[in-house]
Design a protein around this ligand. Structure first.
Ligand code: SF4
Ligand code: SF4
Length: 203
């Protein structure tokens, strides 16, 4: 008799658990049924990268002095600076410069430490290729100006989801003048600068 009652109790508990998990799963489904789709219809729509996005590196051959600082600060010594010493002028002559974006981790160290600012990070993020060797950009490819999402007439640019106004889930019809949920870097700076000052003044 006792074993029968135990079986009934176990069966009832399992049935209650199954109903609970089923309800939880359906609650998620019903919750999402009420939301608007936020899928970006790439490549017809593209997100506008954020202000400090670290995309494909742009390089200006004429400004480069072949100092190789970019190579030394790169965690994988990636940039290849091809130069020869001109014995008459006793100066370096730059022949070629290349960065392999199949290996680059886009840390931005080379851009940060270049003494002549001939390197810069662009908002270009479409670097997919069938052959990984084609990602090894020489100075001509690196010197190409980046394509911008906002200036491409065949693309509808969308504001990044993280920068949408509070409560907005659809980036399609948001006015650029509408206030964002988060703060821009230039809005954050005074807050960050004031915080330690006010703390040190109270000490
Ligand atoms: S650090 Fe700048 S100037 Fe020096 S070799 Fe690299 S790209 Fe050229
Ligand atoms: S972004 Fe970083 S990994 Fe890429 S070349 Fe520059 S220093 Fe090297």
């Amino acid at each position: 008799m006792l074993s029968f009652l135990k079986k009934v109790a176990d069966y009832t508990r399992e049935a209650v658990d199954a109903a609970k998990y089923l309800t939880q799963g359906l609650a998620v489904t019903f919750d999402h049924m009420g939301r608007r789709p936020i899928t970006v219809q790439y490549p017809y729509e593209k997100l506008i990268p954020s202000e400090r996005y670290r995309g494909r590196i742009h390089y200006e051959f004429d400004k480069c002095i072949a100092c190789e600082v970019c190579v030394r600060v790169c965690p994988i010594n990636l940039p290849v600076v091809d130069w020869v010493m001109n014995k008459e002028t006793k100066k370096k002559e730059l022949r070629n410069y290349s960065i392999d974006f199949g290996v680059c981790i886009f840390c931005g160290n080379c851009v940060e430490y270049c003494p002549t600012n001939c390197l810069s990070m662009t908002e270009e993020y479409e670097l997919a290729a069938f052959d990984r060797h084609s990602l090894n950009f020489d100075n001509v490819a690196l010197g190409r100006l980046p394509t911008s999402v906002t200036t491409d007439p065949s693309v509808q640019p969308l504001r990044e989801l993280a920068y949408l106004p509070a409560g907005t889930m659809d980036p399609h019809d948001v006015s650029p003048t509408k206030p964002r949920a988060g703060k821009l870097p230039h809005e954050m700076l005074p807050l960050i600068q004031n915080k330690p000052n006010s703390e040190s003044q109270t000490k």
